[in-house]
Design a protein around this ligand. Structure first.
Ligand code: FE
Length: 195
């Protein structure tokens, strides 16, 4: 049985943070890192419906701020699954909840081609940051060939509605995309009858 209260507290904390930060990215990223580290310190709260893998990686919306100042997503990778090379255009934090994932960063050369940068292996409890200021282009893969991996992402917008880009690995050519979400309903945070 999962206990959604940890996610409810996270949503409340993020809402307070967004109110206090007044659009300041540095404050949002720092505060989100603190709250997300606590959220993923225990893997007992994500409802099973938002942990189901599919033919390709899935992106489940867990909560979107009513003013679209931030969104919270569970990313679920089946064995060996990977994203295309993509950007976000807004800040984002990636908190590893279950399994492990590999993040490969890219820079854009003067001729528009992609130059591979740092590769990071995220283990449960680890948090990584992407943003246009710190490096925004990456490709993320399940580090396991034999099990599901799940990370919890927080972005500085309604990420499923943001117009962003995927990149051709050979030429660096950009293509616009809007990701949407894998789910049509979000978790119920507000049934308090269980105590
Ligand atoms: Fe990403």
């Amino acid at each position: 049985m999962t206990d959604i209260s940890r996610l409810r507290r996270f949503v409340s904390g993020m809402t307070d943070l967004a109110d206090q930060s007044d659009g300041d990215e540095h404050a949002m990223v720092g505060g989100t890192k603190f709250l997300l580290t606590d959220l993923i310190s225990k893997d007992d709260w994500l409802p099973d419906e938002y942990a189901v893998e599919g033919d390709t990686y899935r992106q489940y919306l867990l909560h979107c701020d009513p003013h679209q100042r931030f969104s919270i997503v569970s990313f679920v990778w089946g064995p060996g699954q990977t994203t295309p090379i993509h950007d976000h255009t807004v800040w984002g934090l990636i908190g590893m909840l279950r399994g492990a994932e590999t993040g490969q960063r890219f820079d854009v050369a003067n001729d528009g081609t992609l130059v591979p940068g740092q590769t990071d292996l995220l283990q449960p409890g680890d948090v990584d940051i992407v943003s246009p200021a710190l490096g925004d282009i990456h490709k993320v893969s399940n580090a396991h060939d034999d099990k599901t991996s799940i990370s919890i992402h927080v972005y500085g917008a309604n990420i499923g509605a943001v117009d962003r880009h995927v990149y051709d690995p050979d030429t660096g050519a950009q293509k616009s995309f809007i990701s949407g979400y894998s789910n049509t309903t979000v978790p119920n945070l507000w049934d308090l009858s269980g105590g």
